[in-house]
Design a protein around this ligand. Structure first.
Ligand code: UD1
Ligand code: MG
Length: 488
Protein backbone atom coordinates (compact mmCIF):
# COMPACT_ATOMS: atom_id res chain seq x y z
CA UNK A 1 0.00 0.00 0.00
CA UNK A 2 1.42 3.40 -0.84
CA UNK A 3 1.94 6.00 1.82
CA UNK A 4 -0.36 8.32 -0.06
CA UNK A 5 -3.23 5.92 0.05
CA UNK A 6 -2.73 5.48 3.78
CA UNK A 7 -2.54 9.13 4.61
CA UNK A 8 -5.06 10.61 2.27
CA UNK A 9 -7.87 12.13 4.28
CA UNK A 10 -10.23 12.74 1.42
CA UNK A 11 -13.49 11.06 2.35
CA UNK A 12 -14.28 8.07 0.23
CA UNK A 13 -11.15 8.34 -1.87
CA UNK A 14 -8.91 6.12 0.18
CA UNK A 15 -8.96 3.11 2.41
CA UNK A 16 -7.92 5.03 5.50
CA UNK A 17 -9.22 8.51 6.03
CA UNK A 18 -7.59 10.43 8.86
CA UNK A 19 -9.46 11.61 11.93
CA UNK A 20 -7.54 13.80 14.35
CA UNK A 21 -8.37 13.92 18.05
CA UNK A 22 -6.84 16.77 20.03
CA UNK A 23 -6.86 16.56 23.82
CA UNK A 24 -7.34 20.02 25.27
CA UNK A 25 -9.41 19.59 28.41
CA UNK A 26 -6.65 20.02 30.99
CA UNK A 27 -6.53 23.04 33.23
CA UNK A 28 -2.90 23.98 32.90
CA UNK A 29 -2.61 24.90 36.57
CA UNK A 30 1.08 25.68 36.29
CA UNK A 31 0.45 28.49 33.81
CA UNK A 32 -1.13 30.41 36.74
CA UNK A 33 -3.41 32.16 34.28
CA UNK A 34 -7.11 32.74 33.75
CA UNK A 35 -6.58 31.91 30.08
CA UNK A 36 -6.87 28.16 29.31
CA UNK A 37 -3.39 26.80 28.69
CA UNK A 38 -4.02 25.84 25.06
CA UNK A 39 -4.90 29.47 24.23
CA UNK A 40 -1.54 30.89 25.26
CA UNK A 41 0.35 32.06 22.21
CA UNK A 42 3.48 30.65 20.66
CA UNK A 43 4.84 32.54 17.66
CA UNK A 44 1.77 34.76 17.81
CA UNK A 45 -0.77 31.94 17.59
CA UNK A 46 -2.62 29.97 20.29
CA UNK A 47 -0.96 26.64 21.05
CA UNK A 48 -4.12 24.80 20.04
CA UNK A 49 -4.22 26.57 16.65
CA UNK A 50 -0.79 25.19 15.82
CA UNK A 51 -2.19 21.70 16.42
CA UNK A 52 -5.41 22.38 14.50
CA UNK A 53 -3.34 23.71 11.61
CA UNK A 54 -1.28 20.54 11.42
CA UNK A 55 -4.54 18.57 11.25
CA UNK A 56 -5.51 20.76 8.34
CA UNK A 57 -2.22 20.12 6.57
CA UNK A 58 -2.92 16.37 6.95
CA UNK A 59 -6.35 16.89 5.33
CA UNK A 60 -8.01 15.28 8.30
CA UNK A 61 -11.58 14.20 7.60
CA UNK A 62 -12.60 15.10 11.14
CA UNK A 63 -10.74 17.14 13.74
CA UNK A 64 -12.19 16.62 17.19
CA UNK A 65 -11.13 19.03 19.90
CA UNK A 66 -11.76 17.71 23.40
CA UNK A 67 -12.45 20.62 25.70
CA UNK A 68 -13.01 20.81 29.43
CA UNK A 69 -11.54 23.69 31.39
CA UNK A 70 -12.48 26.96 29.66
CA UNK A 71 -14.42 25.09 26.95
CA UNK A 72 -16.40 28.15 25.85
CA UNK A 73 -13.30 30.32 25.73
CA UNK A 74 -11.46 27.72 23.66
CA UNK A 75 -14.35 27.47 21.21
CA UNK A 76 -14.61 31.25 20.87
CA UNK A 77 -10.92 31.62 20.29
CA UNK A 78 -10.91 28.99 17.54
CA UNK A 79 -13.98 30.54 15.94
CA UNK A 80 -12.18 33.88 15.92
CA UNK A 81 -9.24 32.27 14.15
CA UNK A 82 -11.69 30.39 11.96
CA UNK A 83 -11.96 33.38 9.64
CA UNK A 84 -8.53 32.51 8.29
CA UNK A 85 -8.64 28.78 8.89
CA UNK A 86 -12.15 27.75 8.02
CA UNK A 87 -12.16 23.99 7.99
CA UNK A 88 -14.66 21.26 7.48
CA UNK A 89 -15.12 18.50 9.98
CA UNK A 90 -14.16 20.50 13.07
CA UNK A 91 -15.98 19.18 16.14
CA UNK A 92 -15.92 20.02 19.81
CA UNK A 93 -16.54 17.43 22.47
CA UNK A 94 -16.85 18.31 26.13
CA UNK A 95 -15.04 16.11 28.63
CA UNK A 96 -16.51 16.78 32.06
CA UNK A 97 -15.11 15.72 34.49
CA UNK A 98 -11.58 14.97 33.28
CA UNK A 99 -10.81 11.40 34.20
CA UNK A 100 -7.64 10.87 32.20
CA UNK A 101 -6.34 10.74 28.64
CA UNK A 102 -8.14 7.46 27.85
CA UNK A 103 -11.40 8.95 29.08
CA UNK A 104 -10.70 12.07 26.99
CA UNK A 105 -10.21 10.17 23.73
CA UNK A 106 -13.25 8.00 24.50
CA UNK A 107 -15.43 11.15 24.50
CA UNK A 108 -14.44 11.76 20.88
CA UNK A 109 -15.32 8.30 19.60
CA UNK A 110 -19.01 8.98 18.85
CA UNK A 111 -17.99 11.42 16.11
CA UNK A 112 -15.16 9.25 14.76
CA UNK A 113 -16.17 6.70 12.09
CA UNK A 114 -14.86 3.13 12.25
CA UNK A 115 -13.03 3.11 8.93
CA UNK A 116 -10.34 5.68 9.66
CA UNK A 117 -6.99 6.10 11.31
CA UNK A 118 -7.12 8.17 14.47
CA UNK A 119 -4.24 10.54 15.16
CA UNK A 120 -4.13 11.50 18.84
CA UNK A 121 -2.53 14.89 19.54
CA UNK A 122 -2.35 17.21 22.52
CA UNK A 123 -3.41 20.84 22.42
CA UNK A 124 -0.35 21.82 24.41
CA UNK A 125 2.24 20.22 22.09
CA UNK A 126 2.34 22.81 19.31
CA UNK A 127 5.31 22.10 17.07
CA UNK A 128 4.83 18.58 15.74
CA UNK A 129 5.49 18.60 12.00
CA UNK A 130 3.04 17.20 9.48
CA UNK A 131 5.90 15.16 7.96
CA UNK A 132 6.44 13.44 11.28
CA UNK A 133 2.76 12.56 11.52
CA UNK A 134 2.77 11.31 7.95
CA UNK A 135 5.65 9.01 8.85
CA UNK A 136 3.71 7.83 11.90
CA UNK A 137 0.65 7.16 9.73
CA UNK A 138 2.84 5.23 7.33
CA UNK A 139 4.30 3.24 10.25
CA UNK A 140 0.78 2.31 11.29
CA UNK A 141 0.16 1.04 7.79
CA UNK A 142 -3.56 1.23 8.46
CA UNK A 143 -3.68 -1.78 10.78
CA UNK A 144 -1.05 -1.29 13.47
CA UNK A 145 -0.89 0.86 16.59
CA UNK A 146 1.91 3.37 16.01
CA UNK A 147 3.49 5.36 18.85
CA UNK A 148 5.68 8.42 18.43
CA UNK A 149 8.62 7.98 20.79
CA UNK A 150 11.87 9.72 21.63
CA UNK A 151 14.89 9.04 23.85
CA UNK A 152 15.23 11.53 26.68
CA UNK A 153 18.33 11.75 28.82
CA UNK A 154 16.00 12.61 31.71
CA UNK A 155 12.74 10.72 31.15
CA UNK A 156 11.23 11.74 34.51
CA UNK A 157 7.47 12.21 34.35
CA UNK A 158 6.92 10.53 31.01
CA UNK A 159 5.40 7.19 30.10
CA UNK A 160 8.18 4.65 29.41
CA UNK A 161 8.20 2.39 26.35
CA UNK A 162 8.56 -1.16 27.65
CA UNK A 163 9.93 -3.57 25.07
CA UNK A 164 10.26 -7.35 25.18
CA UNK A 165 13.63 -8.67 26.31
CA UNK A 166 16.12 -10.54 24.17
CA UNK A 167 15.55 -14.33 24.24
CA UNK A 168 11.98 -13.84 25.40
CA UNK A 169 9.20 -15.62 23.57
CA UNK A 170 8.30 -12.46 21.59
CA UNK A 171 10.11 -10.94 18.75
CA UNK A 172 13.13 -9.19 20.15
CA UNK A 173 12.51 -5.61 21.19
CA UNK A 174 8.80 -5.48 20.36
CA UNK A 175 6.79 -2.86 22.23
CA UNK A 176 4.86 -4.49 25.08
CA UNK A 177 3.47 -1.60 27.07
CA UNK A 178 3.68 2.01 28.13
CA UNK A 179 4.15 2.40 31.85
CA UNK A 180 3.49 5.76 33.48
CA UNK A 181 6.11 7.29 35.77
CA UNK A 182 4.01 6.81 38.89
CA UNK A 183 3.30 3.16 38.12
CA UNK A 184 6.78 2.21 36.95
CA UNK A 185 9.22 -0.09 38.71
CA UNK A 186 12.81 1.05 39.33
CA UNK A 187 13.94 -0.92 36.30
CA UNK A 188 11.23 0.64 34.12
CA UNK A 189 12.11 4.15 35.31
CA UNK A 190 15.62 3.56 33.95
CA UNK A 191 14.19 3.30 30.39
CA UNK A 192 15.06 6.38 28.33
CA UNK A 193 12.63 5.80 25.48
CA UNK A 194 9.42 7.67 26.30
CA UNK A 195 5.97 8.03 24.77
CA UNK A 196 5.52 11.49 23.29
CA UNK A 197 1.76 11.57 23.81
CA UNK A 198 1.16 11.17 20.07
CA UNK A 199 -0.15 7.99 18.49
CA UNK A 200 -1.98 6.63 15.46
CA UNK A 201 -4.56 3.90 15.98
CA UNK A 202 -7.07 2.25 13.64
CA UNK A 203 -10.44 3.53 14.86
CA UNK A 204 -12.08 0.12 14.83
CA UNK A 205 -9.55 -1.23 17.35
CA UNK A 206 -9.24 1.96 19.35
CA UNK A 207 -12.92 1.96 20.16
CA UNK A 208 -12.78 -1.58 21.55
CA UNK A 209 -9.66 -0.86 23.57
CA UNK A 210 -11.01 2.34 25.09
CA UNK A 211 -14.09 0.46 26.25
CA UNK A 212 -11.86 -1.94 28.17
CA UNK A 213 -9.88 0.70 30.12
CA UNK A 214 -10.05 0.94 33.87
CA UNK A 215 -8.57 3.33 36.38
CA UNK A 216 -6.83 0.93 38.75
CA UNK A 217 -3.47 2.67 38.71
CA UNK A 218 -1.40 5.06 40.82
CA UNK A 219 -3.32 8.13 39.62
CA UNK A 220 -6.81 6.62 39.48
CA UNK A 221 -7.12 7.78 35.87
CA UNK A 222 -8.17 6.15 32.64
CA UNK A 223 -4.83 6.01 30.85
CA UNK A 224 -4.88 6.10 27.06
CA UNK A 225 -1.48 4.45 27.23
CA UNK A 226 -3.02 1.24 28.62
CA UNK A 227 -4.38 0.42 25.17
CA UNK A 228 -0.89 -0.79 24.23
CA UNK A 229 -1.40 -3.81 26.50
CA UNK A 230 -4.73 -4.58 24.81
CA UNK A 231 -3.15 -4.33 21.38
CA UNK A 232 -0.45 -6.78 22.42
CA UNK A 233 -3.05 -9.12 23.91
CA UNK A 234 -5.16 -8.92 20.74
CA UNK A 235 -2.16 -9.63 18.51
CA UNK A 236 -2.32 -6.20 16.87
CA UNK A 237 1.26 -5.13 16.13
CA UNK A 238 2.54 -2.09 18.02
CA UNK A 239 5.24 -0.06 16.33
CA UNK A 240 7.32 2.77 17.74
CA UNK A 241 8.36 5.53 15.38
CA UNK A 242 11.29 7.18 17.14
CA UNK A 243 12.38 10.72 16.34
CA UNK A 244 15.27 12.73 17.77
CA UNK A 245 13.84 16.23 17.41
CA UNK A 246 12.66 17.09 20.93
CA UNK A 247 11.04 20.38 19.89
CA UNK A 248 8.34 18.43 18.03
CA UNK A 249 7.12 16.67 21.15
CA UNK A 250 7.75 19.45 23.65
CA UNK A 251 4.68 20.19 25.75
CA UNK A 252 3.90 23.43 27.52
CA UNK A 253 3.10 23.41 31.22
CA UNK A 254 4.52 26.68 32.52
CA UNK A 255 5.43 30.20 31.36
CA UNK A 256 9.09 29.21 31.50
CA UNK A 257 8.53 26.29 29.11
CA UNK A 258 6.45 28.50 26.85
CA UNK A 259 9.23 31.09 26.62
CA UNK A 260 11.86 28.40 26.05
CA UNK A 261 9.88 26.79 23.24
CA UNK A 262 9.26 30.21 21.70
CA UNK A 263 13.03 30.83 21.61
CA UNK A 264 13.71 27.38 20.15
CA UNK A 265 11.11 28.04 17.49
CA UNK A 266 12.47 31.51 16.68
CA UNK A 267 16.04 30.20 16.48
CA UNK A 268 14.83 27.68 13.95
CA UNK A 269 13.07 30.34 11.88
CA UNK A 270 16.21 32.50 12.00
CA UNK A 271 18.42 29.61 10.87
CA UNK A 272 16.11 28.84 7.99
CA UNK A 273 16.14 32.47 6.85
CA UNK A 274 19.93 32.67 7.06
CA UNK A 275 20.25 29.44 5.09
CA UNK A 276 18.25 31.20 2.36
CA UNK A 277 20.75 34.07 2.44
CA UNK A 278 18.94 36.57 4.64
CA UNK A 279 21.39 38.62 6.73
CA UNK A 280 20.26 38.86 10.31
CA UNK A 281 22.24 41.21 12.53
CA UNK A 282 21.52 38.83 15.40
CA UNK A 283 19.48 35.62 15.02
CA UNK A 284 18.72 35.74 18.76
CA UNK A 285 16.90 39.03 18.31
CA UNK A 286 14.32 38.24 15.64
CA UNK A 287 10.68 37.31 16.14
CA UNK A 288 8.53 35.93 13.36
CA UNK A 289 4.92 35.48 14.43
CA UNK A 290 3.46 34.33 11.16
CA UNK A 291 5.15 33.85 7.80
CA UNK A 292 8.07 35.88 6.52
CA UNK A 293 9.06 35.37 2.89
CA UNK A 294 12.36 36.93 1.77
CA UNK A 295 13.99 37.24 -1.62
CA UNK A 296 17.74 37.57 -2.14
CA UNK A 297 19.93 40.04 -0.27
CA UNK A 298 17.50 41.04 2.41
CA UNK A 299 19.02 42.34 5.63
CA UNK A 300 17.28 42.69 8.96
CA UNK A 301 18.75 44.55 11.91
CA UNK A 302 18.13 43.65 15.54
CA UNK A 303 14.86 43.40 17.45
CA UNK A 304 12.44 43.30 14.53
CA UNK A 305 9.05 41.62 14.86
CA UNK A 306 7.16 40.26 11.85
CA UNK A 307 3.52 39.31 12.15
CA UNK A 308 0.89 37.84 9.83
CA UNK A 309 2.23 37.48 6.30
CA UNK A 310 5.15 39.67 5.32
CA UNK A 311 7.05 39.64 2.03
CA UNK A 312 10.43 41.33 1.64
CA UNK A 313 11.64 41.54 -1.95
CA UNK A 314 15.22 41.56 -3.18
CA UNK A 315 17.59 43.97 -1.48
CA UNK A 316 15.12 45.21 1.14
CA UNK A 317 16.75 46.54 4.30
CA UNK A 318 14.91 46.61 7.61
CA UNK A 319 16.38 48.79 10.34
CA UNK A 320 16.47 47.99 14.02
CA UNK A 321 13.33 47.81 16.18
CA UNK A 322 10.73 47.67 13.44
CA UNK A 323 7.35 45.95 13.86
CA UNK A 324 5.97 44.87 10.50
CA UNK A 325 2.66 43.04 9.98
CA UNK A 326 0.83 41.99 6.83
CA UNK A 327 2.90 43.96 4.37
CA UNK A 328 4.67 43.54 1.07
CA UNK A 329 7.86 45.49 0.55
CA UNK A 330 9.24 45.86 -2.97
CA UNK A 331 12.89 45.59 -4.06
CA UNK A 332 15.50 47.83 -2.49
CA UNK A 333 13.09 49.66 -0.22
CA UNK A 334 14.61 50.72 3.09
CA UNK A 335 12.65 50.69 6.32
CA UNK A 336 14.54 52.78 8.84
CA UNK A 337 14.57 52.00 12.59
CA UNK A 338 11.53 52.14 14.86
CA UNK A 339 9.01 52.00 12.05
CA UNK A 340 5.63 50.41 12.69
CA UNK A 341 3.82 48.91 9.73
CA UNK A 342 0.51 47.12 10.25
CA UNK A 343 -1.49 46.16 7.18
CA UNK A 344 -4.11 44.16 9.12
CA UNK A 345 -6.64 43.00 6.52
CA UNK A 346 -6.21 45.63 3.81
CA UNK A 347 -2.41 45.21 3.75
CA UNK A 348 0.40 47.67 3.22
CA UNK A 349 2.52 47.93 0.08
CA UNK A 350 5.85 49.71 0.00
CA UNK A 351 7.14 50.37 -3.52
CA UNK A 352 10.53 49.80 -5.05
CA UNK A 353 13.29 51.96 -3.62
CA UNK A 354 10.98 53.70 -1.15
CA UNK A 355 12.43 55.09 2.07
CA UNK A 356 10.31 54.77 5.20
CA UNK A 357 11.09 56.04 8.70
CA UNK A 358 12.71 56.29 11.13
CA UNK A 359 9.63 56.42 13.38
CA UNK A 360 7.08 56.13 10.58
CA UNK A 361 3.67 54.50 10.89
CA UNK A 362 1.97 52.78 7.96
CA UNK A 363 -1.55 51.56 8.59
CA UNK A 364 -3.97 49.37 6.58
CA UNK A 365 -4.35 50.38 2.96
CA UNK A 366 -1.14 52.41 2.76
CA UNK A 367 0.19 51.97 -0.77
CA UNK A 368 3.52 53.64 -1.47
CA UNK A 369 4.77 53.85 -5.05
CA UNK A 370 8.35 53.73 -6.23
CA UNK A 371 10.84 56.05 -4.57
CA UNK A 372 8.28 57.42 -2.14
CA UNK A 373 9.76 58.93 1.02
CA UNK A 374 7.92 58.73 4.34
CA UNK A 375 9.87 60.35 7.14
CA UNK A 376 9.74 60.54 10.91
CA UNK A 377 6.41 60.78 12.71
CA UNK A 378 4.41 60.47 9.51
CA UNK A 379 1.25 58.36 9.63
CA UNK A 380 -0.31 56.97 6.44
CA UNK A 381 -3.66 55.16 6.39
CA UNK A 382 -5.76 54.00 3.44
CA UNK A 383 -3.84 56.27 1.10
CA UNK A 384 -1.94 55.84 -2.12
CA UNK A 385 1.22 57.81 -2.81
CA UNK A 386 2.38 57.80 -6.42
CA UNK A 387 5.99 57.59 -7.61
CA UNK A 388 8.37 60.01 -5.97
CA UNK A 389 5.87 61.59 -3.55
CA UNK A 390 7.36 62.73 -0.26
CA UNK A 391 6.00 63.32 3.23
CA UNK A 392 9.08 63.70 5.32
CA UNK A 393 8.08 65.08 8.70
CA UNK A 394 5.26 65.00 11.27
CA UNK A 395 2.31 64.52 8.94
CA UNK A 396 -0.94 62.58 8.52
CA UNK A 397 -2.35 61.21 5.29
CA UNK A 398 -5.66 59.38 5.66
CA UNK A 399 -8.07 58.38 2.85
CA UNK A 400 -5.97 60.29 0.35
CA UNK A 401 -4.54 59.98 -3.14
CA UNK A 402 -1.20 61.71 -3.50
CA UNK A 403 0.11 62.20 -7.04
CA UNK A 404 3.58 61.85 -8.46
CA UNK A 405 6.35 64.04 -7.07
CA UNK A 406 4.05 65.75 -4.55
CA UNK A 407 5.86 67.32 -1.63
CA UNK A 408 3.71 67.17 1.48
CA UNK A 409 4.96 69.62 4.08
CA UNK A 410 5.88 69.10 7.68
CA UNK A 411 2.97 69.10 10.07
CA UNK A 412 0.29 68.92 7.38
CA UNK A 413 -2.74 66.73 7.84
CA UNK A 414 -5.77 65.50 6.00
CA UNK A 415 -8.86 66.22 8.10
CA UNK A 416 -10.59 63.11 6.76
CA UNK A 417 -13.16 62.54 9.50
CA UNK A 418 -16.07 64.86 10.22
CA UNK A 419 -17.12 62.97 13.31
CA UNK A 420 -19.47 60.69 11.38
CA UNK A 421 -18.01 59.95 7.97
CA UNK A 422 -14.63 59.62 6.33
CA UNK A 423 -13.93 61.74 3.24
CA UNK A 424 -11.26 61.60 0.58
CA UNK A 425 -8.51 64.05 -0.26
CA UNK A 426 -7.01 64.13 -3.75
CA UNK A 427 -3.65 65.77 -4.25
CA UNK A 428 -2.76 65.77 -7.92
CA UNK A 429 0.74 65.44 -9.39
CA UNK A 430 3.45 67.98 -8.56
CA UNK A 431 1.50 69.76 -5.82
CA UNK A 432 3.57 71.41 -3.13
CA UNK A 433 1.79 71.44 0.22
CA UNK A 434 3.51 73.83 2.62
CA UNK A 435 4.03 73.15 6.30
CA UNK A 436 1.20 72.93 8.81
CA UNK A 437 -1.68 72.80 6.34
CA UNK A 438 -5.06 71.28 7.15
CA UNK A 439 -6.79 69.74 4.13
CA UNK A 440 -10.46 69.46 5.09
CA UNK A 441 -11.86 66.57 3.08
CA UNK A 442 -13.52 66.10 0.68
CA UNK A 443 -11.11 68.32 -1.22
CA UNK A 444 -8.95 68.26 -4.35
CA UNK A 445 -5.70 70.12 -4.90
CA UNK A 446 -5.19 70.56 -8.65
CA UNK A 447 -2.02 69.46 -10.40
CA UNK A 448 1.00 71.68 -9.84
CA UNK A 449 -0.73 73.91 -7.30
CA UNK A 450 1.10 75.31 -4.30
CA UNK A 451 -0.51 75.53 -0.87
CA UNK A 452 0.92 78.20 1.38
CA UNK A 453 2.13 77.14 4.80
CA UNK A 454 -0.44 77.25 7.56
CA UNK A 455 -3.46 77.13 5.23
CA UNK A 456 -6.71 75.45 6.15
CA UNK A 457 -8.11 74.35 2.79
CA UNK A 458 -11.84 73.74 2.67
CA UNK A 459 -12.45 74.23 -1.07
CA UNK A 460 -10.88 72.69 -4.16
CA UNK A 461 -7.74 74.43 -5.42
CA UNK A 462 -7.32 74.97 -9.19
CA UNK A 463 -4.33 73.44 -10.98
CA UNK A 464 -1.20 75.56 -11.07
CA UNK A 465 -2.32 78.29 -8.63
CA UNK A 466 -0.99 79.37 -5.26
CA UNK A 467 -3.65 78.74 -2.66
CA UNK A 468 -3.16 80.35 0.68
CA UNK A 469 -5.55 80.89 3.59
CA UNK A 470 -3.82 82.87 6.25
CA UNK A 471 -4.47 85.77 8.61
CA UNK A 472 -2.49 88.94 7.80
CA UNK A 473 0.22 90.14 10.13
CA UNK A 474 -0.79 92.94 12.48
CA UNK A 475 2.15 95.04 13.69
CA UNK A 476 1.70 97.32 16.68
CA UNK A 477 4.61 99.61 17.34
CA UNK A 478 5.61 100.40 20.94
CA UNK A 479 3.58 97.50 22.28
CA UNK A 480 4.12 97.02 25.96
CA UNK A 481 3.79 93.53 27.33
CA UNK A 482 1.76 93.06 30.51
CA UNK A 483 3.96 92.73 33.57
CA UNK A 484 3.54 90.50 36.64
CA UNK A 485 2.56 92.32 39.83
CA UNK A 486 5.44 92.43 42.37
CA UNK A 487 4.84 90.34 45.44
CA UNK A 488 6.20 92.46 48.37
C1 UD1 B 1 0.79 11.70 28.99
C2 UD1 B 1 1.00 10.20 28.78
C3 UD1 B 1 2.48 9.86 28.96
C4 UD1 B 1 3.31 10.68 28.01
C5 UD1 B 1 3.03 12.16 28.20
C6 UD1 B 1 3.71 12.95 27.13
C7 UD1 B 1 -1.05 9.19 29.53
C8 UD1 B 1 -1.73 8.45 30.61
N1 UD1 B 1 0.20 9.47 29.73
O1 UD1 B 1 1.11 11.94 30.34
O2 UD1 B 1 2.68 8.49 28.71
O3 UD1 B 1 4.70 10.41 28.22
O4 UD1 B 1 1.62 12.43 28.09
O5 UD1 B 1 3.59 14.32 27.36
O6 UD1 B 1 -1.66 9.49 28.53
N2 UD1 B 1 -6.12 15.69 29.05
C9 UD1 B 1 -7.46 15.79 28.81
N3 UD1 B 1 -8.32 15.15 29.65
C10 UD1 B 1 -7.91 14.45 30.73
C11 UD1 B 1 -6.51 14.37 30.97
C12 UD1 B 1 -5.65 14.99 30.11
O7 UD1 B 1 -7.88 16.42 27.84
O8 UD1 B 1 -8.75 13.91 31.46
C13 UD1 B 1 -5.21 16.36 28.12
C14 UD1 B 1 -4.34 17.39 28.79
O9 UD1 B 1 -4.94 18.66 28.76
C15 UD1 B 1 -3.10 17.35 27.92
C16 UD1 B 1 -3.04 15.91 27.45
O10 UD1 B 1 -4.34 15.39 27.61
O11 UD1 B 1 -3.22 18.17 26.79
C17 UD1 B 1 -2.03 15.06 28.21
O12 UD1 B 1 -2.42 15.01 29.57
P1 UD1 B 1 -1.37 15.09 30.74
O13 UD1 B 1 -2.09 15.11 32.03
O14 UD1 B 1 -0.40 16.17 30.49
O15 UD1 B 1 -0.65 13.67 30.59
P2 UD1 B 1 0.76 13.30 31.13
O16 UD1 B 1 0.66 12.95 32.55
O17 UD1 B 1 1.73 14.34 30.74
MG1 MG C 1 1.66 16.39 30.21
Amino acid sequence: MSVDSIISGTPGSSRHPIDVVIMAAGKGTRMKSRLPKVLHALAGKPLLMHVVDVARVLHARNTVVITGHGAAQVKNALAHYGTSTAMDGLHYVLQEPQLGTGHAVAQAMPVVPDDGLVVVLSGDVPLTRADTLRALLAASGGDKLALLTIDFEDPTGYGRIVRSQANGSDKDGAVRAIVEQKDATEAQRAIHEIYSGIMVAPARYLKQWLARLDNSNAQGEYYLTDIVKFAVADGVPVVAHKIDDAIQVAGINSPVQLAQLERSYQRRVASRLMEQGVRLADPERLDVRGSLVCEQDVSIDINCIFEGHVELAEGVRIGAHCVIANASIAPNAVIHPFTHIDGEKAGVYVGEGALVGPFARLRPGAVLGEQVHIGNFVEVKNSTLATGAKANHLAYLGDAYVGERVNYGAGSITANYDGANKHRTTIEADVHVGSNCVLVAPVTLGAGSTIGAGSTITKDVEPGVLGVVRGTLISKANWVRPKKARSE
